[in-house]
Design a protein around this ligand. Sequence first.
Ligand code: BDR
Ligand code: CA
Length: 334
Amino acid sequence: MNQPAPFFLDCDTGIDDALALAYLLATPRAELVGIGTVSGNISAAGGARNTLDLLKLAGHPDIPVAVGAHDPQVGTFHGGAPHVHGDNGIGGVDLEPSDREPVEGTAAELLVELARKHAGELRVVAIGPLTNIAEALRLEPNLPALVAELTIMGGAALAPGNITPVAEANIANDPEAAAEVLAADWDVTLVPLDVTMTNVLEESHRQELLASDHAVSQALGEMLGYYFGFYVDIFGRACSAMHDPLAAAIAVRGVELAVAPKVRVQVDTTGGPGRGQTVCDLRGQYVGFPDQRGARCRVVLSIGEEFAPHLLGTMQAAWLSEDEVMRTSASPGL
Ligand code: BDR
Ligand code: CA
């Protein structure tokens, strides 16, 4: 990817969603052309407000944001995850409110519109429950041919779940939608807990963000204070998993993959204890993961480098050069 590729982000903003958004705005490999929101960490409407406020803070007021599904395909929205992401979804941090409204139409409609506009080029990164993506597939059955790539943060292959013993939150919050999306006629990259729980952001990284003179970095550092509080009980120290930004970085090919076999993946949609589990056929590991015939899902189990320096470095590089540009243009005679 030498030229920035057009990207659509579907999210439930969310602290780690905010990090993914900041990363996608910063990386020169992506041009964010649209954002949809879905209920997950917070309601779809609340996620859209957070997204609009973050875009304002980041100086990207023109990217369209559409509110997507409030409820999953089966049942109703459970109310979010305030214990993980705070009551407002972004760790209680008060951002200056954007005066922009979400665009008319649903997130699924915006995705379909952009997929048609950027036919064969649009990359989709889904970092919330997959309700909007499934709805878009029903609106436009040709969506798999229009979309160049789909990267999903979700699932757990060999790792335990994070919302039930076997299920990860994004998949468990709408297993029927996830099953539909993973069964569609496209290649998918799945970024499960196996890799997002083993690449963490430490307190020293958070301090780096807080020390930055860029407003988005500072806001992210503050949000992470709340997120780290949730993860103390899980990791035994102040740090956090990096689910969504890692999926974003994998989608733009910003990090090297280490173990990422292409295998069959099914989602458990039963009502039993396995509901929401991503059943990944990893039996081939004993002979080095030969690609399975007909398998469409690349499951990222590990990456080949440390992620936190890449994440922070990408944001610093983008925002430092913006500051430099401003300083240069403000200096007479230069
Ligand atoms: C996923 O669930 C949400 O809480 C996070 O934002 C991430 O997308 C991790 O299971
Ligand atoms: Ca998310």
